[in-house]
Design a protein around this ligand. Sequence first.
Ligand code: TYD
Ligand code: MG
Length: 481
Amino acid sequence: MPKAHTRYVCQQCGRVSASYMGRCPQCGEYNSMVEEIVQAEPTGRGSKGQRGLSISSTPHRLSEIGGEAEERIPLPIGEFARVLGGGIVPGSIVLVGGDPGIGKSTLMLQMAMVMASGTANIPPRRVLYVSGEESGRQIKMRATRLQAGEEKTHPLPDELYLLTETNLAAVLEHVRQVAPSLLIVDSIQTMYLPELESSAGSVSQVRETASRLRELAKSSGIAVFIIGHVTKEGIIAGPRILEHIVDTVLYLEGDRFQAYRLLRSVKNRFGATAEVGVFEMHEHGLREVVNPSEAFLAERMVNAPGSAIAVTMEGTRPLLVEVQGLTSPTQFGNARRTPNGVDFNRLLLTVAVLTRRLGMKLAEQDVFVNVVGGLQIDEPAADLAIAAAIVSSLRDTPVRADTVLIGEVGLAGELRMPGQMGMRLREAAKLGFKRAVVPKRLRRGEPWPEGIDVIEARSLRQALDAALAPAVPRPKGRKVV
Ligand code: TYD
Ligand code: MG
């Protein structure tokens, strides 16, 4: 074994210390010292060499490097494959993040099971599932539960290996023996390297264990999936160190009390980012949702005040979602604005525009906005639907049931055109919507798609007039566009 020792480095100013200090003596920052491994010998681990020249790193002419697309292992879970960019890239390292209890282990075990079983045209692959969180029995129970949902039961696949271990050095040893094509590590926060003094889950452990797994992936061609819990602040293991180490970052998100789960790619060296896969959590694991817009609109109450349909783009796929708004007279002092599924600041902005530009009396109203299905929408293209849901509730007048709303709201109360309008409108038409209220086109572009009546509105006021059901007794002089 090469001799290695550890040292502590301040993440703020770079001050190095031999022992841990709660406060950096140089910059005065608290808890900024992070442990690092220092390789004593330049040859480092094994014979590969960490420093100096190694034979494999010869410069090549770019023109001489093969440019074929990455070879991928097909993954028979379509929604998962789409997020990865088409399948599993051998030698890649993927981080699957998400809140505790959201379904990360379930998703990974499901993937492990299909990959190890294979399908009619995909040969089985050897999978090693390493768990530092649960016992073998617990995982076995989950696997049986997942299988119970299938039409015909078959034995658990022989190519699926399970290891309960938290010492990464031991894990790597087992990987060498089992020689899997796929390695799943559940979770990175439970893994530790004995060389480091800090405890599992600390920044230094997480960084070092992830780097070792990355080396393993790159040197062996094993595809590695690591599960990471997102802390309350929405950050994986303190700083976002992991995101730089891995090739692909996926987040599994959704409302824990609702069935829908979105698998979102936020970084992908092998495919498009912002791609989304939609699943539904069932009694027997996660099930793919192939027509998400239909699913999200399934429970919609038609002609109820306070509901509007937005068309957002999730990656390359348009998604129709119901946005609900509720206004209610403020009881004690300050009016509250409560978003669920939309950004707080966008809600404040929308309410401010409605108050100042349209003269709505929202100052003494609590405003609640909810995106149905536990979805989180960050796209400004949903502004118009948010505004319409709020106004619809305030006036107690429904938004027309056959209408979708697309548009970003500007501070002057104007509407702005989001991108990919053609795709959004086609999806709305496909789902049977007859009208779309959109921003006015200032330049001539492609004609609007067929099959849906497109109403262009220059301002939020015009758009709301077009969207709300006509039965409203409107104040005099207002023009319907
Ligand atoms: P889990 O995969 O353990 O979450 P994570 O690894 O992200 O912490 O999933 C936990 C939740 O999923 C748990 O509340 C139970 C639920 N669940 C189902 O509803 N159906 C199932 O078939 C399984 C396996 C879990
Ligand atoms: Mg888990």
